[in-house]
Write a protein that binds this ligand. Structure first.
Ligand SMILES: NC(=O)c1ccc[n+]([C@@H]2O[C@H](COP(=O)([O-])OP(=O)(O)OC[C@H]3O[C@@H](n4cnc5c(N)ncnc54)[C@H](OP(=O)(O)O)[C@@H]3O)[C@@H](O)[C@H]2O)c1
Length: 330
């Protein structure tokens, strides 16, 4: 391949200038595996990066995109062969090294995950970091004793990428799921994913006491701030809360009472840097629980590299439901 296209972010006076450029493999971050990209997807972090609304990239210029799925073009590592279908999520892609919104991406072999059985490359990127992270919450919560008898799982940011997959994964794993959303028109979509109850953020009474009536067996939180605070105060004894996101804020103003009087656990979920064993175990669980049609139900649409920035703006304006795929130029 002589040259290929990439969505590359450059430092600009006002934040970030993200534009499609021509590159060659020699320009890419180092690595032993070269992947010919097929699909990626747009995560909240990608949206912050390409719009410059969050400081995601540690240095620029850098190709954006925290996820990639494609085929191995060349590999200096015997674990991977040319033509093999693989994916990479997180691991610093689009943050500290060139990311997946490009015809080719080069990475160290330890970051590379063989495509889970039963999924194709497009479905794998419908899942992407969002679905992988929701699955990591399920795995970690169950490792810490979560089970359906504890009560329903509250999923907030429900119509987003993480929220949509959390609903699907937990319902497939046998849990009752309550979806909390700010989108008044999302009820049918969320029920289709497996939510048995829908709550509207607008009508939510957050209460003020250190502990309120215990409502949730556990929770998956994409928002942080007031809603995460409320979840600590309303989770059942021995329930777990997977703390995933900060879409609404980074604050957490709670007390120790839910932890010491109810045994509630707040579990940190970090999808970027996690041990390879855990990464492979989470993808295995994804493969066990999700059917191809689960991914299709969550796909909002597809764009090319030139459509990423506009979609990122819509995502940050909370206008996107589910996941938008990026078709890579190959
Ligand atoms: N810890 C990790 O490793 C990890 C991995 C992936 C993502 N994350 C984080 O998880 C969060 C969700 O990511 P995502 O890719 O699912 O994003 P997304 O697709 O944009 O979904 C976020 C959803 O949260 C709700 N929301 C957004 N902004 C809000 C606000 N200001 N106040 C209240 N609700 C708001 C909206 O859902 P409704 O309209 O349905 O309410 C939105 O669709 C982000 O903070 C992201 O950075 C963390």
């Amino acid at each position: 391949m002589s040259s290929f296209k990439a969505l590359r972010c450059h430092a600009a006076d006002k934040g970030v200038d993200a534009r499609v450029v021509d590159m060659s493999v020699d320009d890419l971050s180092e690595g032993s595996v070269l992947i010919r990209g097929a699909w990626s997807g747009i995560n909240f972090k990608d949206a912050l990066a390409v719009t410059g609304k969050g400081k995601i990239m540690r240095s620029m210029p850098l190709n954006a995109g925290i996820d990639i799925a494609g085929t191995v073009e060349t590999s200096e590592d015997p674990r991977f062969r040319p033509g093999e279908e693989v994916l990479v999520t997180g691991c610093g892609l689009g943050e500290t090294r060139d990311g997946g919104f490009a015809g080719f991406t080069r990475v160290p072999a330890d970051m590379v995950v063989p495509l889970p059985e039963g999924l194709d490359l497009r479905q794998a990127m419908a899942i992407g970091t969002a679905g992988f992270t929701a699955a990591m919450a399920l795995v970690r919560m169950e490792q810490n004793g979560q089970h359906p008898d504890l009560g329903p799982i509250l999923v907030n940011g429900a119509s987003g990428g993480v929220g949509s997959f959390a609903i699907r994964l937990f319902s497939r794993a046998g849990y009752q799921v309550t979806a909390l959303t700010g989108k008044a028109d999302a009820a049918d979509y969320l029920k289709g994913l497996g939510a048995s109850e829908i709550l509207d953020t607008a009508g939510l009474d957050l209460g003020k006491r250190p502990m309120e009536k215990a409502l949730w067996g556990g929770a998956v939180d994409s928002l942080g701030g007031e809603q995460l605070t409320w979840l600590t105060r309303t989770t059942q004894p021995w329930g777990n809360i997977g703390a995933i996101g900060l879409a609404a804020g980074i604050e957490l103003n709670t007390t120790v009472l839910p932890f010491i009087l109810r045994g509630v656990s707040l579990l940190g979920i970090n999808s970027v840097e996690c041990a390879r064993d855990l990464r492979l175990a989470v993808w295995r669980r994804v493969g066990e629980l999700l059917e191809p049609q689960d991914c299709e139900a969550i796909i909002a649409g597809e764009v090319g590299l030139d459509g990423v920035v506009d979609t990122a703006e819509s995502l940050l304006a909370r206008k996107v439901r589910g996941r938008t795929l990026v078709k890579l130029p190959n």
